[in-house]
Design a protein around this ligand. Structure first.
Ligand code: HEC
Ligand code: HEC
Ligand code: HEC
Ligand code: HEC
Ligand code: HEC
Ligand code: HEC
Ligand code: HEC
Ligand code: HEC
Ligand code: HEC
Length: 433
């Protein structure tokens, strides 16, 4: 075929080279377009369009998302919501592109669990990640009630947030141990919000006054927060049959003593909880010695009355502890005085430390709810305290003796000086005469 130009037919060779040039230009253009397209996909049409919207409800997700753990893991809006992040038009949110409407509260756990219950998927990102959050959650009061249609309870986003979800190890995360109480307080300390339920709204206020909250706020994360006792997702933490038994996971020795005590069977028969019966569940304070015994602050007299064995035991235990406490204090007083006056009593002080140890053990042994162990410890402690006391008394006596000795020596020297003086005067007057 012949191509006829204005100046007549063009030789084939020329057409051929023009075509090649055009093809190269086209290829370059295609590469350029491709690169532009890739850049657009990278920033995602969802974020670009939403961040520019006036309505905060629509714009905030796009503004918050860069700080979200899901963004950091490389996920996009479309991984959760579906749709086409390459389409810059409203069509990005078309059903045909897999977009689904925002989940209603009742469906949020399933929405999150699409990934979080898929262990193979989750382990691609983090080989240690658990995938039992939904299964656990469904055993909790929150999960059970949500399934019954109650949307006032906590679902995943009420504890973790939404579009600004942080790694649980991030100290700013709402589920980080030191922030958990505040997260629960949003509902559990709001009497108006909780008015349809028959439970109190004082848990957070009580917990804030506890030894546990104080120790945790000082940075010791071995102390429990709400979810340590109530479980992160499930009704109870792993290995605990009921929340009331959770204390033993940390205070193991106390639990062992309680198990062997007469209260174990007696409380079980009456349906009473163990530790919580005397210590309460949320406002756990530092106990004192007057909790034992028969005085007004005793926890025993709530159930035991004068005449029964429990009452007598309580009285005996309290006396044993009080006696030991008093003799340690006395010995300490004497040793301190002796030390202040420069006497060497470090040996006796070291000895007294083991009496102090016996007192600490006696306080723990209250949980045997029998007097034998405390009696034994008290006897040991009293002997040591008496020995220390004696050492202190001896040191003070020694001090007195030294003082007396010093006085006698002083008088002797003075008398000698005076005698010497008289003798010299005598010799001098003899020489003059
Ligand atoms: C061109 C701008 C634009 C783009 C691109 C866009 N959106 Fe939207 N999106 C909107 C507007 C406007 C609304 C509010 C529409 C309405 O209320 O009907 C909205 C609503 C939404 C909603 C809330 C729907 C609801 O039921 O309340 C979600 C979720 C959402 N977009 C996600 C996405 C995702 C995911 C992408 C990317 C795949 C995306 N959007 C891309 C503008 C955009
Ligand atoms: C990890 C999953 C996840 C990702 C990723 C995600 N969203 Fe959402 N989004 C949700 C859930 C769940 C809700 C419903 C929250 C609720 O009802 O409290 C929601 C709600 C919304 C809403 C409705 C807000 C409202 O108050 O009605 C918009 C708009 C939205 N998302 C846009 C986006 C955009 C834009 C992105 C990306 C920047 C994004 N989402 C990324 C899970 C996600
Ligand atoms: C009542 C509050 C609460 C609810 C509801 C909740 N979580 Fe959690 N979540 C936590 C706490 C607390 C942690 C643990 C934080 C830590 O380890 O210090 C946690 C941890 C996680 C972790 C990290 C891995 C792990 O299991 O420890 C993931 C993932 C997670 N939650 C997802 C979910 C999902 C999905 C849901 C909904 C099915 C959900 N959470 C519901 C409080 C909650
Ligand atoms: C599209 C899949 C997907 C969906 C849907 C999803 N997640 Fe995730 N989630 C992930 C991935 C992937 C990670 C990052 C794991 C990693 O890198 O450690 C993650 C991490 C998390 C973490 C941090 C865990 C940690 O180890 O600190 C929490 C908390 C979390 N998601 C909660 C949620 C909640 C709540 C929802 C529902 C609103 C949700 N996720 C929906 C995939 C998803
Ligand atoms: C979004 C609001 C909300 C948040 C946040 C919330 N809860 Fe709840 N929780 C509820 C509601 C509502 C109930 C149902 C009360 C009932 O049925 O007695 C409930 C029930 C409970 C129960 C069972 C009470 C019973 O009846 O024995 C426990 C325990 C509990 N929540 C602990 C927590 C802890 C711990 C946190 C924080 C990690 C928390 N909740 C966060 C709303 C919430
Ligand atoms: C040291 C463990 C422990 C800690 C910490 C703890 N709880 Fe409890 N909580 C309990 C026990 C035990 C019960 C009684 C449960 C039972 O009898 O089954 C209880 C009961 C509850 C109940 C049921 C209603 C009631 O008052 O009896 C709610 C709700 C609750 N706790 C919320 C919280 C919240 C919120 C926090 C954090 C501020 C918290 N708990 C901290 C152990 C704990
Ligand atoms: C997660 C571990 C943990 C759990 C669970 C726990 N505690 Fe504690 N508890 C601690 C730590 C840590 C301290 C502060 C250090 C200490 O004095 O032992 C503490 C302190 C105490 C104290 C004050 C001791 C003192 O001398 O001041 C009492 C009483 C107490 N806890 C009782 C309980 C009871 C009752 C429960 C169950 C309802 C419980 N604890 C659950 C860790 C725990
Ligand atoms: C029948 C009441 C009662 C029960 C049940 C009980 N305690 Fe105690 N607890 C006491 C008394 C009384 C003291 C104070 C002892 C003292 O200081 O002389 C005390 C003290 C403590 C102390 C502080 C000890 C110290 O060194 O000062 C801890 C911790 C403790 N209990 C934990 C527990 C745990 C854990 C349980 C459950 C296994 C439990 N208690 C069950 C009455 C009880
Ligand atoms: C919640 C109620 C309650 C509290 C509080 C309580 N006890 Fe008991 N105790 C019982 C019951 C019930 C029994 C078994 C019935 C009985 O023998 O009286 C029992 C049994 C005993 C026994 C064994 C009695 C016997 O006959 O062998 C002793 C000892 C005892 N308690 C000491 C104490 C001491 C000490 C305290 C305080 C630190 C205390 N109890 C606090 C309810 C309680």
């Amino acid at each position: 075929m012949a191509i006829v130009g204005p100046e007549g037919p063009t030789p084939y060779i020329e057409i051929y080279s023009t075509l090649i040039a055009m093809k190269t230009a086209l290829a370059t253009l295609l590469i350029l377009i491709g690169a532009l397209g890739a850049a657009a996909a990278d920033s995602s049409s969802c974020i670009d369009c939403h961040a520019a919207l006036d309505d905060a409800r629509l714009a905030n997700p796009a503004k918050l998302f860069p700080g979200d753990i899901h963004h950091q893991a490389g996920l996009t809006c479309a991984d959760c919501h579906g749709g086409d992040p390459k389409d810059a038009s409203m069509n990005a949110m078309s059903r045909t592109k897999g977009f689904h409407s925002v989940p209603k509260k009742g469906l949020i756990p399933d929405f999150c669990a699409r990934c979080h219950s898929d262990i193979a998927y989750m382990h691609r990102f983090n080989p240690k990640m658990r995938a039992d959050q939904l299964a656990q959650y469904l055993t909790s009061v929150h999960g059970k009630r949500l399934r019954q249609g109650d949307t006032q309870v906590a679902a995943c986003v009420d504890c973790h947030g939404i579009h600004n979800i942080l790694a649980v190890s991030d100290s700013r995360a709402p589920v980080y141990p030191t922030n958990v109480a505040t997260t629960c307080a949003r509902c559990h300390a709001d009497a108006a919000y909780m008015k349809n339920y028959k439970i109190p709204t004082d848990q957070v206020a009580h917990y804030q006054k506890s030894v546990h909250a104080r120790v945790l706020s000082e940075g010791d994360t071995s102390a429990p927060t709400c979810t340590t006792c109530h479980g992160n997702h499930g009704a109870t933490p792993p290995g605990v049959s009921s929340v009331a038994n959770v204390c033993g996971t940390c205070h193991a020795f106390f639990a062992q003593l309680f198990q062997k005590s007469p209260h174990q069977a007696a409380f079980a028969k009456m349906g009473l909880p163990g530790c919580v019966q005397c210590h309460s569940n949320h406002e756990i304070v530092k106990p004192s010695d007057d909790w034992v015994g028969v005085g007004p602050k005793s926890v025993c007299i709530a159930c035991h009355a004068s005449g029964d064995t429990g009452y007598q035991t309580a009285h005996a235990m309290a006396q044993d502890i009080a006696r030991l406490d008093l003799s340690i204090a006395q010995a300490e007083g004497i040793l301190d005085t002796a030390e202040r006056k420069g006497m060497e009593v470090s040996g006796a002080k070291l000895d007294l430390a083991s009496a102090q140890e016996a007192l600490v053990k006696a306080r723990v042994s209250v949980h045997t709810f029998r007097d034998e162990e405390i009696g034994k410890l008290s006897k040991q402690g009293l002997e040591i305290a008496a020995r220390s006391n004696q050492a202190g008394v001896a040191a003070l006596a020694e001090l007195n003796f030294r003082r007396e000795g010093l006085g006698i020596a002083l008088v002797t020297i003075l008398v000698a000086i005076a005698g010497l003086y008289l003798k010299i005067r005598q010799i001098e007057s003899r020489q003059k005469s």
